[in-house]
Each structure stands twice: as structure tokens, then as C-alpha cells.
Design a protein around this ligand. Structure first.
Ligand code: GCB
Length: 603
């Protein structure tokens, strides 16, 4: 069990959640002198930047944008006198990739992993009815002992530079909201739910973890606020008559009020939205509420102009509107768990999420998506560092499942993206990760990982662990692109025939396929990078998907153009978006809309 609660911060009769978003002091620490020079008490000559945001794209100096190393944030926080006697926490939506937190000069916590929340208990360190100094040291270097993987080099001028083994810019900082929270001494620490459908009715089983021994009351209200069921005790079952199910693109949310009580007194209260639904894999079908569903959608990124990977509520809204417009029903949180608000929105809009832990770059290469197709091996799971990597991987997995397990939108866990999976050494590593996910998830949601191009029938040793086999494939782009498209088609067909011959008897989905396309380029006849080519590429690929009935989903790479490391393969970023980075459609978006709107849900 984690030692901090993952519940999303909310104010209730017993709790307070105060946002600390806004302008914070900020300072790079190139000489790594912060600790020795007492920056924990306050920064000597800070700049001022917004939180939440990635720091990189605000600046005009390339040395800052590409900065790798330690950097510091600072903000004063007023702790109200009425909070005395409660437990007080500072809660970070994320700090990318590692953080140490100080309050009034005292270290209160540290955290490794850049895409999941953590809290520091500051109860005994803060001064009440007074300003307190919050200082955070963040570090964004990449290594092979933490996920996502990469390396950090030193340039000839002594400055460090991050070299990702993955294809997105190493945006970092306090990229999600920070909250100050107060809860009673005896408080609701965790909520876990599971569902069973019984004809028209449903059973909602729950477990409530609290920090004390008082009675727990659970009341389930429907969307109109009427009580649908109630129960007493830390564990129990709510019998819901005529249950209104949460369906794909037709969401229905119940609200579960959890209270710790002492007689008539409410000690703590927390409200959790839930959706009654089941998810299961049966033979080659993905079943939602017992009915087959075909996934249509995207691999996405949290990525936009100026604030980088910072959470932006406006961009989130626009993205959901575009996904609805185009007829999508799902997305993968490639390649890290996204901001919590995005899952809340998916819960309300009825989108299905494949939730991905940040295990990307587990293949030692700056262009793994290309080099894997040449058959390159990097003995990634045979290093001395592998045990430490596994530890951080398992920890992130535990945090992700603890954070996201109650979202009805989350229908599957993606445990790695494009790892090396063709060597024997990968097998025990995968087994631990897949077993852990199964153990942690009460709902036993399907588990998957995205197979890189060299993981094909006969070479992949790890798809045995997947409940859904997810393929990232670029026939017609990295392999046999341009006028060789007809051969790309043959290769894709040959691979799928190969899987068919193996009788895997599991659903297959394409979690990536796509072609870089410049919104500025038109060409007749097509050339690669033109809008015409993206249409031809997608048409070819879809025609092949449609002729294999075990293909149960298509998630195009990518929803929108996004920022990557610079290089000869990228034109100011990855341009495989169906939408531009500014969220306007490329021509192919209209074709995709036609296709997706005409596909039945259970295709
Ligand atoms: C992949 C990776 C993804 C890249 C994509 C591409 O296989 O999973 O992160 O962005 O290919 O466009 O090359």
C-alpha cells in the first residue's frame, strides 16, 4: 500500500482543498549548488513562471529549453488557523521526473516518477495562521533506472542534455496542479470498487480504507440525486435495482458518498463518482457490459503550444470535442498516465481509456520505432540496472492503478510501450509486471503492452502475457513507404496471417499506425509527407484491418502533431497527427470521420 492517499483533492464538510496554481518562483541550478547554498529556505534570484506548465517553451534561450539537471520552484503558502488539529498535505499532480519537497527548510518528502501524484504530510512542519515557504527541487535527467528511459550526456561546454529513448520532448516541471489539503486525523484513505451485473440489477462491491476504526457509511445516489443503495462497513456490497449502466459514448454516473461517522457526527466525507460497467476479454472479443466493442480512436499526448505537457483545461475540452466530432470512442494515454481531469472527462463523455504506465524507451535506441524493424537487439533486460528499473516500473504501476482504478473509462492497462520483447531476458521482467497489475486491480481489467515492429509471430516472447495483443505498426511509413505501398500491404497481411496461424485466440488492436503529414503539403500524385499520402496510407491499412475478424480496434498515431527532440527524422516535431498541434483537422480527418461514424460499435 502506498503511504499517501491517491484520492483526488475535493472540499467536503470535513475536507479542504486549496489550489496553489498560479505564478511560482523558479530557478535553474546548473551548478547543483542549491542544497549546499540553502535554497531549501528560499531561492536566491528566481524568475517567475506559471504552474501547471512545462518550463521549456516559455523561454527564448535554447540552453534553457534544452536544460537537463536540477531546477527549483518556490511559493509561499498560507495555512489557515482553523486547520490546526487536522492533517495537512501538499499534493502534487506530478513533478517530472523526480522531486524533493521542503517546507520552511525541512525536507518533507521525495518522489521518483514524473507522471503520477504524490503528497507530503506537512502537519508538523507548518506554522498556522501564517505564511510558510514551500520549495521543490525537481530534476529532469533521463536514465535506465527510471521510466521513461533514456540517457543524459554532457556537452563539451559542460552542460547536460537529455537523450530520450522515446519520441516525445522531455518536457518537465510541475506540469499538473498543486493542492494544499486538510483532512481530519481519521480520514478516508482509499476507495476501491468492483461490479457485477445480475439481469437488470447490479452489485457494486466496495472497500474503504480509513486511518481509524469508526463506522463507515456508503450511500449511492443516481444522477438525479435519489438514493439507489446504501450500506455500512468498510467492505460491503451495494445492491442496485434497475441499474443504469455506463456504456461506451453513453455514460451514466452514480455518486458514491463515503462517510466515517461517530453516532450522528460525520468525521470525514468523500464523494466518488462511479460508473457501473464490466470489462472482460472473451476469445477475440473485448466485452463492455457483456457486449462486444470495437475501439476507434487515437494514441494521444499531453502536448500543446507554449505550456508543453502542462495540463490545460481548454485544450482538454477541445480534444474531447474533436474526438466526438470524428466518431472516436477511445484513446490510449500514450506514453504515461495523463492528468486526472482527463479521466474525469472521459468518465462523463463515455470514452474508453487504455491507461499506460510511463514504461517507454525500454529499448536502447534514440529511434527504437525504426531500429527495431531492422532487427536490432539491445539486451535491454540483461543489464545490471534492470532490477532498479523494475522497481521504479512496479512503483509507477502501483501508483497508476491506485489513482485510476475507480474510473469507469479505464478499461485496460498498458504496461509497456515498444519494449524489447524478443529476448529470453524480457520474459521474467514482463511476468513480474503483468502479475503485479493483476494483483493490484480488483476489477482484473485486461492488460496489454504495445508491440514494436520486430515483435512479430515467431520472435515475440512476451505477447503470451497480454490479454489484448496491441500492435504498433508502420508498414507503408518506416517500412516500404511511398510507391512501395502495395508491398507494405502484403507485409501487413502476411504478419496478420502469421498471428492467425498461431491461434492466439485473443483480441488484437492496433495501438499505432500512421504517417507523418505536413498540413502545408498537397501533392498529386501523392508523395510521403503530403496530405494525399496520409489518406492513401490510412485507406490501405484500414482495408487490411477489415479483412481480419480478430482485429478489434484501431487507434491511429497520433491524435495531433506533437513536439519531439529535434533531428533529421522530425520536422519541428512528429507530424503524424490527424489534427495539427493547434487542433485543426488535416484533410484525412474527414475521411476518418466517415469511416468511424459508419462502423457499428461491435464491428
Ligand atoms: C512509435 C512510438 C511512438 C512514436 C511513433 C512514431 O512506435 O511508440 O512514440 O512517436 O512510433 O511516430 O514513430
Amino acid at each position: 500500500m502506498l503511504d499517501y492517499s491517491m484520492l483526488y483533492p475535493e472540499s467536503t464538510v470535513s475536507r479542504r482543498a486549496v489550489s496553489m496554481d498560479g505564478m511560482w518562483n523558479f530557478q535553474l541550478d546548473e551548478k547543483e549548488e542549491g542544497i549546499a547554498s540553502g535554497w531549501t529556505e528560499g531561492l536566491p534570484s528566481p524568475d517567475s513562471i506559471p504552474v501547471p506548465a512545462s518550463f521549456q517553451d516559455f523561454y527564448t534561450e535554447k540552453d534553457i529549453r534544452e536544460y537537463a539537471g536540477d531546477f527549483w520552484y518556490e511559493k509561499d503558502m498560507f495555512i489557515p488557523g482553523e486547520w490546526e488539529g487536522k492533517k495537512v498535505f501538499v499534493r502534487f499532480g506530478c513533478a517530472t521526473h523526480r522531486a524533493e519537497v521542503f517546507v520552511n527548510g525541512v525536507k518533507v518528502t521525495e518522489h521518483l516518477g514524473g507522471f503520477l501524484p504524490f503528497s507530503a504530510d506537512v502537519t508538523d512542519v507548518v506554522r498556522y495562521n501564517a505564511q510558510n515557504k514551500l520549495v521543490v527541487k525537481v530534476n529532469n535527467e533521463l536514465s535506465v533506472t527510471n521510466i521513461p528511459c533514456g540517457t543524459t550526456i554532457t556537452l563539451s561546454n559542460g552542460k547536460k542534455m537529455a537523450k530520450p529513448y522515446f519520441d516525445f520532448f522531455n518536457y518537465s516541471g510541475l506540469q499538473r496542479s498543486v493542492y494544499l489539503t486538510a483532512v481530519p486525523q481519521e480520514y478516508i484513505f482509499d476507495i476501491t470498487t468492483d461490479y457485477e451485473l445480475c439481469g437488470e440489477d447490479a452489485k457494486v462491491s466496495y472497500r474503504i480504507d480509513t486511518t481509524g476504526e469508526h463506522t463507515v457509511l456508503v450511500t449511492l445516489c443516481d444522477a438525479e440525486g435519489n438514493v439507489a443503495a446504501s450500506a455500512q462497513g468498510k467492505e460491503g456490497v451495494l445492491d442496485v435495482k434497475n441499474a443504469h449502466l455506463w456504456e461506451v459514448r453513453n455514460a451514466y454516473l452514480y455518486s458514491m458518498m463515503v462517510q466515517i461517522t461517530d453516532g450522528a457526527e460525520v468525521i470525514d466525507e468523500y464523494r466518488q463518482e462511479i460508473g457501473i460497467r464490466t470489462v472482460e476479454v472473451k476469445d477475440t472479443s473485448i466485452l463492455l457490459n457483456g457486449k462486444p466493442v470495437y475501439l476507434k480512436g487515437f494514441g494521444k499526448h499531453e502536448d500543446s503550444d507554449i505550456i508543453g505537457r502542462g495540463f490545460n483545461i481548454g485544450v482538454m475540452k477541445r480534444d474531447f470535442e474533436l474526438m466526438k466530432w470524428i466518431g472516436a470512442n477511445s484513446f490510449r494515454t500514450s506514453h504515461y498516465p495523463y492528468s486526472e481531469e482527463i479521466y474525469q472527462m472521459a468518465d462523463r463523455e463515455g470514452f474508453l481509456i487504455i491507461d499506460e504506465v510511463p514504461a517507454v524507451g525500454l529499448f536502447e535506441s534514440l529511434m527504437n520505432f525504426m531500429e527495431a524493424s531492422t532487427g536490432k537487439q539491445t539486451a535491454f533486460f540483461e543489464k545490471e540496472t534492470t532490477p532498479e528499473l523494475l522497481k521504479s516500473h512496479l512503483h509507477a504501476l502501483e501508483e497508476m492503478i491506485a489513482r485510476d482504478k475507480n474510473h469507469p473509462s479505464v478499461i485496460a492497462w498498458s504496461l509497456l510501450n515498444e519494449p524489447e520483447s524478443t529476448s529470453d531476458a524480457a520474459v521474467p521482467y514482463f511476468k513480474e509486471v503483468f502479475d503485479k497489475a493483476h494483483e493490484l486491480d480488483v476489477q482484473k481489467r485486461p492488460r496489454t503492452f504495445a508491440l514494436v515492429m520486430n515483435a512479430v509471430p515467431g520472435t515475440c516472447k512476451c505477447h503470451q502475457f497480454s490479454d489484448i495483443v496491441a500492435l504498433n505498426r508502420y508498414y507503408g511509413w518506416y517500412v516500404k513507404g511511398g510507391h512501395e505501398m502495395m508491398d507494405a500491404r502484403e507485409m501487413l497481411i502476411k504478419e496478420l496471417e502469421g498471428w492467425k496461424a498461431m491461434n492466439v485466440n485473443k483480441p488484437f488492436i492496433f495501438t499505432e499506425y500512421g504517417a507523418d503529414t505536413l498540413a502545408s503539403e498537397h501533392k498529386l500524385p501523392s508523395v510521403m509527407w503530403s496530405q494525399e499520402y496520409q489518406e492513401e496510407y490510412l485507406k490501405m491499412t484500414h482495408d487490411v484491418f477489415d479483412s481480419f475478424d480478430f482485429v478489434k480496434g484501431e487507434q491511429v498515431w497520433n491524435f495531433a502533431d506533437f513536439q519531439t527532440t529535434e533531428g533529421i527524422m522530425r520536422v519541428n516535431g512528429n507530424k503524424k497527427g490527424i489534427f495539427t498541434r493547434q487542433r485543426q483537422p488535416k484533410d484525412v480527418a474527414y475521411k476518418l470521420k466517415q469511416r468511424w461514424e459508419s462502423l457499428p460499435v461491435d464491428f
